[in-house]
Write a protein that binds this ligand. Sequence first.
Ligand code: NDP
Ligand code: A1CAB
Length: 312
Amino acid sequence: MGYSLCVLGCGTMGVAIISGVIASLQARDNVQFVPKWESHTPGTSTPTADSPDPSLPSSFIATVTRPESAKKLQHTFSLLGGLGSSVQVVVGENIAAAAQADVVILCCKPHQAQAILSQNGLKEVLDGKLLISILAGVTISQLTGWVLPTTKVVRAMPNTPCRIREGMTVVSPLSDTGDTQLDRSIIVKIFSSIGRCRFLEEKHFDACTALSGSGPAFACIFLEAMADGGVMMGLPRAEALELAAQTLQGAARMTLQAGAHPAQIKDSVTTPGGCTIAGLLAMEDGKVRSTIARAIQVATERASELGQPSKK
Ligand SMILES: NC(=O)C1=CN([C@@H]2O[C@H](COP(=O)(O)OP(=O)(O)OC[C@H]3O[C@@H](n4cnc5c(N)ncnc54)[C@H](OP(=O)(O)O)[C@@H]3O)[C@@H](O)[C@H]2O)C=CC1
Ligand SMILES: O=C(O)[C@@H]1CCC=N1
């Protein structure tokens, strides 16, 4: 039997995390059972029929404040089928939900955190539990001030592609107290089941928030602009978008999977006197690199203000 996972404040990111984890559990359960004595193809999942994993969740609770949000969530999760239909969605019942859970992920807006965690009785039900906050800008020192010293607090910064299990999540290092091995395994299992996951010092969190947390929005500006260019040159909109998206995905995968440096990929496309260099120079005239890099800089600066008193 696995554990119970509660998402306090289940909006865009809560849905992305629960949906991604459920999809991954369902994919895992669908792996055909192969007897232990048969060898597995390298890279395929290990069959799990006889190996329940304590670091994987087996039930989910999601909390919201508005009945209409709850209705929408119920519909969204039911579309996942199987475990999705058993997600408990509750309105205004944070304490009962957290009491029922073993692991809690805080997914509300940064400025709501203090009020939620200070609700009478919440501290007590979080006693000894793992609390994972995905809130931009809210520091571990703030969070630990709002819970009991026995609550194990970590920060994670995921992004929306977690929903399709292509996310990027950065997690703050665990302290040396408590059941670190199991907690680490729980965190890694949750976030690596919905994309890539890596640990980084908390001091980098605002930059990670800007780069990978906000990143899907920045990447989509680039994606839309590439497609617009294709449309300008007469391509139908749907095909232009497909070409742009697959091209960005391909280039990104060459970096992630083949370890190619972006400059190397760019140079290998760029024929002397050809059309690519003509396009690249037009981009440089528009200061595209510094514009994008500055976007990460200002988003980092803004992230550091989120959840801070007087800078909501
Ligand atoms: N959006 C993103 O791409 C990313 C966001 N983040 C961080 O994740 C957090 C959530 O962002 P996002 O999912 O976009 O926000 P949403 O506004 O989509 O979700 C917030 C949720 O919190 C619920 N909520 C509000 N007040 C309470 C309360 N008192 N008790 C229980 N639930 C409550 C809301 O419910 P209701 O609708 O009923 O009011 C809503 O479902 C933020 O802190 C953000 O910094 C991190 C990485 C990426
Ligand atoms: O815009 C925001 O504040 C949140 C944090 C990262 C992505 N979205």
